[in-house]
Ligand binder design. Structure first.
Ligand code: GUN
Length: 295
């Protein structure tokens, strides 16, 4: 069994990006600039955004954090987005999700200029991704594909089972894995809350991508010996032995499943760091206008 070291691959990726930024600056270019909007004080979102700001520093990017309280109005949020759309110094920006219930998340996503949508959540980017056109691919699926590529895990002709159908992970990763590309060319099955016989479907899988947010869902009797497992779960479960009072739990019963696998990604230290590194990659691409021109 090989443990997939997302922390190391993410660190490698960020160093590669930092070297490229050094080159841009040495040639008199502009420092890439990522902005983030954070609404409220959700613990998970606070951590993600703090890590994104830290990653910007590691990559040599400028970062701007714009904060609003939970009771921010949708109009105020849309005005902040409009201002970032127009700010020529900002190459890309994200609005950390989830948003408070009184705000229409989809309206917020669609207000972002798709040419600055480094999260790849705007329907233009989602649509272009689904037909294989250049676009910003959302960071978690991009990070998963990067792990598969860097560990040279074959996907061509592989049976992949994606557990979960979220817009952020399940749907896009399923889409990318079935495309005529490498990684890709897989035979993909997406399972969700209405799928019967999930255990039998998983047992056929060469690769399982677990993204349901149910701690320990994937058990040893659901896994074919030699399978690859990518665990995208990051549920906070209470743990009195930790100073924070919680630990992150993946969607896989790691202890019992890991010995069966050829490759498995741990939680934490697997997909999480890769998500942030992929966001940095998208921001560099935005700064270089590699995908879209802003004229
Ligand atoms: N919430 C959970 N994952 C993400 C992400 O990748 N981007 C944003 N903006 N919010 C998230």
């Amino acid at each position: 069994m090989t443990l997939i070291d997302g922390k190391k691959i993410a660190a490698d990726l960020k160093s590669e990006i930092a070297r490229e930024v050094d080159g841009i600056i040495a040639n008199g270019g502009k420092r890439p600039h990522l902005a983030a909007i954070l609404v409220g004080h959700d613990g998970g979102s606070e951590t993600y955004v703090a890590n994104k700001v830290k990653a910007c520093e590691a990559c040599g990017f400028k970062s701007t954090l714009i904060r609003f309280e939970d009771d921010v109005t949708e109009d105020t949020l849309l005005a902040a987005i409009d201002s970032l759309n127009k700010n020529t110094d900002v190459d890309g920006f994200i609005v950390q999700l989830p948003l408070p219930r009184h705000i229409d998340e989809q309206r917020v996503i669609e207000a972002i200029d798709y040419r600055k949508d480094v999260d790849g959540f705007h329907p233009v980017n989602v649509g272009r991704m689904s037909i294989g056109l250049p676009c910003f691919v959302s960071a978690t699926p991009a990070g998963i594909l990067e792990l598969l590529a860097r560990y040279e895990i074959p996907t061509r002709g592989a049976r992949c089972v994606v557990l979960g159908r979220s817009n952020i992970v399940g749907k896009p990763v399923a889409n990318l894995l079935m495309q005529k590309s490498n990684p890709g060319n897989a035979t993909v099955t997406v399972c969700h809350s209405a799928t019967p016989d999930i255990k039998e479907i998983c047992r056929e899988a060469d690769i399982i991508i677990a993204a349901l947010g149910v701690p320990g869902f994937v058990k040893a009797d659901m896994v074919k010996p030699g399978a690859t497992i990518i665990d995208v779960g990051t549920t906070r479960v209470p743990d009195a032995s930790r100073p924070s009072g919680f630990r992150l739990s993946g969607d896989v019963d790691f202890e019992n499943v890991a010995p069966l696998c050829s490759y498995i990604s741990p939680v934490p230290g697997g997909v999480g760091p890769m998500t942030i590194a992929s966001l940095m990659k998208n921001t560099l691409a935005a700064a270089r206008h590699e995908i879209y021109s802003l004229d």
